[in-house]
Design a protein around this ligand. Structure first.
Ligand SMILES: [Zn+2]
Length: 114
């Protein structure tokens, strides 16, 4: 049965479960997937580290409540956090490592450290 190599696209003959024309293509394919996964992980890690640094700088400067705009100006990425939960009052809180933060109706963000 003629198949097409997943890496180079060339037709080759082989068992029906064979996906690559040769070992070189198989290795190249898997290395690329591995690199893509590593790159995704490192992008997410960088964003989390950048968020943590922003919270840490504010907290260290004595800031416990900050306008959301200010965090946005600092390029805080609200789409990335280490976990999300609800406190006793039912308010959604976000964590970035040792920092917990949540916003109120006035667009102020409260920062708490463990
Ligand atoms: Zn190939």
């Amino acid at each position: 049965m003629e198949r097409k190599c997943l890496e180079c696209g060339q037709a080759f003959n082989g068992r029906s479960d064979k996906k690559f024309c040769c070992d070189l293509c198989r290795n190249a394919y898997h290395n690329r997937i591995y690199r893509q996964q590593k790159s995704l992980i490192s992008q997410v890690n960088s964003r989390l580290a950048a968020n943590r640094k922003i919270l840490e700088n504010l907290y260290t400067a004595g800031v416990r409540k900050v306008p959301k705009n200010r965090l946005e100006e600092e390029k805080f990425d609200f789409g990335h956090y280490t976990s999300r939960s609800r406190n006793k009052l039912g308010k959604v809180t976000y964590r970035c490592y040792e920092y917990t933060y949540y916003s109120d109706l006035h667009r102020n963000v409260t920062i708490v450290k463990d």
